[in-house]
Design a protein around this ligand. Structure first.
Ligand code: DQA
Length: 143
């Protein structure tokens, strides 16, 4: 199984503190602990950035390593064509990239209803809290 990149975009460094009524009380360190203990045989790389450039560079790295990606693009979801193009580099070459969201963006403000990423993602999982990441990893490991 190839390496699984768990990539998180802007403001998710504050997960657990940021709007906990929407995103919950657990942070990225807890997510990491959960995934490592739930999937002990998987090889993970965890990465969070507030920078669009750094996220794109990490996607290029995952592409060159022929990795699989679980990506929460956060607010970039809704407008970053550059991030979309970087995701398409992976999926158009047959690599898997699952878009995940902690909340269900479709039940929130209208600007969150559109994702420019979904059209080039292998699949999308949203609305299950941190379980969204677990579901995505299960899917990657099942195939
Ligand atoms: C999010 C949803 C986005 O609309 C928002 O900008 C985020 C988090 C989620 O995981 O629910 O930062 O991607």
């Amino acid at each position: 199984m190839s390496k699984i990149y768990i990539l998180n975009g802007p403001n998710l460094n504050l997960l657990g503190k940021r709007e906990p009524e929407i995103y919950g009380h657990l942070g990225l360190e807890e997510l990491k602990g959960q995934l490592v203990s739930s999937f002990p045989t998987a090889e993970f790389e965890f990465f969070q950035t507030n920078s669009e450039e750094a996220l794109i560079e990490k996607l290029h790295e995952a592409y060159l390593a022929k990795g699989a990606v679980v990506l929460n693009p956060a607010a970039f979801t809704h407008y970053s064509y550059a991030l979309r193009d970087a995701c398409a580099v992976l999926t158009s070459s047959g690599l898997k990239l699952i878009e995940v969201h902690i909340s269900n963006p479709h039940s929130r403000e209208e600007f969150r209803h559109n994702s420019v990423i979904s059209g080039v993602a292998t699949g999308v999982i949203a609305g299950f809290g941190l379980r969204s990441y677990h579901l995505a990893v299960s899917e990657l490991l099942a195939n």
